[in-house]
Design a protein around this ligand. Structure first.
Ligand code: GLU
Ligand code: MG
Length: 467
């Protein structure tokens, strides 16, 4: 379980001693530097790096970085809110030593996620990881709940030697095809080795549907660790692929039409070691609380989309009948509903049952996304919300009347619509707090302005190599 304690000036108890020992051990293993990693509101991974010998100092006092990145756009231009986006001020980045790993795909480097703290030692209200820690801590305090989560990572492999920023898939083999596995087998074997060396329990890696596309899934862990892992997995995929002369895109859409890259989240709520999604009296073994949690997610999905599908390119992916889940509906093992109830295999259900949330891509900040999903589910749980009827098959085939009768809505078809839904969702905005909520709105609007007048292919090209 990730520590839910905030960093403090001078270091969390025991951290400085631990960092001192760690830096000696890391140096002995040939590690020269540590990557301090976080994700901004636009979903871009940002870093500072320090020499290994500075780790104890970072654990005690953090490392400086401007707060301006909270309102950076994917193209590195800057927007502002009432309190963010100014060139003034500084924050301290505190590494979480529990999550520090030696990077197998980048010899000489270790990696750690950070929380961002003000120079006065307070929580930074714009820190996404701090937000997720807070949501998890409050769920434990108020509801006695813990969670398990995992992010599925899909990416597209392209040839690095393609001219300019053009997209030339690294393999043309069929979807889920053996040919594709053979063609990229050296690279994916190195990826598996790197993940194993980094302690990532990979469940599977496979060729996905679209040209050059692959997917990796890792085991479920606590929500903060799951978000950390999704960042680490991407750092690893990128590093290993580069060594094979391949370029990686985690963008929601690498081209204007067709199946995109998702970042589905698997989530389950637990109380006292028992999985609420299994062994209950509700549908498919869900407890009443799991049904209400699912209902809460369904109700908030339109507003959530501004957090989980944050890029103009996200809406090239969020189209019906592409397994991206663009309707507010749920179904058991249904790949076209936004929520897929996964019961797990007989014999494993008490461990494996969970909810898969599909309208999420890897432009999303995973800390903001998972924290917002949990907040939405808890809103349903707290109000004992009723879960509507299940939908089987592709909701796209439902007529208007039937969809309306079932409460099945198409999720926002554009980032602009998603922002409107988010603005009207008091629960989500309150969960994020005004600083983060305003940052989400300002950054989404900034992204929209940056692609004004572009067609689908141009939007895909604008973001293709950003994520
Ligand atoms: N690529 C699909 C998406 O964009 C997901 C495919 C799958 O179900 O794994 O969400
Ligand atoms: Mg997939």
């Amino acid at each position: 379980m990730t520590t839910l304690a905030d960093p403090v000036p001078g270091g969390r108890p025991g951290d400085v001693e631990r960092a001192t020992a760690l830096s000696g051990e890391l140096s002995g293993r040939g590690v020269h530097g540590v990557v301090l990693s976080y994700v901004d509101t636009a979903g871009i991974g940002r870093v500072k790096t320090i020499p290994t010998a500075r780790l104890a100092s970072a654990a005690a006092w953090g490392v400086g970085m401007s707060p301006v990145f909270d309102t950076f756009l994917a193209n590195d231009s800057i927007v502002t809110t009432d309190v963010l986006g100014s060139p003034d001020g500084d924050l301290r980045l505190y590494p979480d030593l529990d999550q520090l790993v030696v990077l197998a795909g980048q010899p000489g480097w270790a990696w750690a996620p950070v929380d961002r703290v003000t120079q006065d030692g307070e929580r930074h209200p714009g820190c996404a990881r701090t937000f997720l820690r807070r949501v998890v801590a409050e769920a434990a305090e108020r509801h006695g709940l813990t969670f398990k989560a995992a992010v599925e990572v899909e990416w597209t492999l392209a040839r690095e030697d393609a001219p300019g920023d053009a997209f030339v898939p690294a393999t043309t083999g069929p979807a889920y095809g053996a040919a594709r596995q053979v063609e990229l087998g050296d690279c994916t074997a190195d990826l598996l080795a790197a993940c194993a060396a980094q302690g990532l329990d990979v469940e599977q890696v496979h060729p996905e549907y679209a040209a050059g596309q692959f997917e990796i899934s890792v085991g479920a862990v606590d929500p903060v660790a799951a978000a950390d892992r999704s960042v680490l997995v991407r750092q690893t995929v990128r590093a290993v692929s580069r060594r094979h002369g391949l370029r990686v895109s985690f963008a929601p859409a690498v081209v204007g039409q067709g199946v995109g890259n998702g970042g589905h989240v698997h989530l389950s709520a637990w109380r006292g070691g028992a999985n609420l999604h299994s062994g209950g009296e509700g549908r498919y073994g869900m407890t009443a609380e799991a049904e209400s949690f699912t209902a809460g997610l369904l109700a908030h999905l339109p507003g959530l989309t501004a957090v989980t599908a944050p890029s103009p390119a996200s809406y090239l992916r969020l189209r019906p009948s592409q397994w991206a889940g663009v309707f507010t509906a749920w179904g058991r093992e249904t790949r076209e509903t936004a929520l897929r109830v996964v019961t797990g295999t007989a014999g494993l259900r008490d461990q494996a049952a969970n909810l898969e949330i599909k309208p999420i891509d890897l432009a999303a900040n995973p800390y903001l996304a998972i924290g917002s999903l949990i907040a939405a589910g808890l809103d349903g749980l707290a109000s004992s919300a009723a879960l509507p009827e299940e939908t089987t098959g592709d909701p796209a085939r439902l007529g208007e009347a039937e969809a309306a009768a079932r409460g099945v809505r198409r999720l926002p078809v554009s980032l602009e619509r998603a922002v409107e839904e988010f603005r009207e969702d008091d629960v989500l905005r309150a969960a994020l707090g005004p600083v983060l909520a305003d940052a989400v709105i300002a950054v989404r609007r900034g992204e929209l302005a940056s692609v004004a007048g572009l067609d689908d292919d141009q939007v895909a090209a604008a973001y293709r190599w950003k994520y």
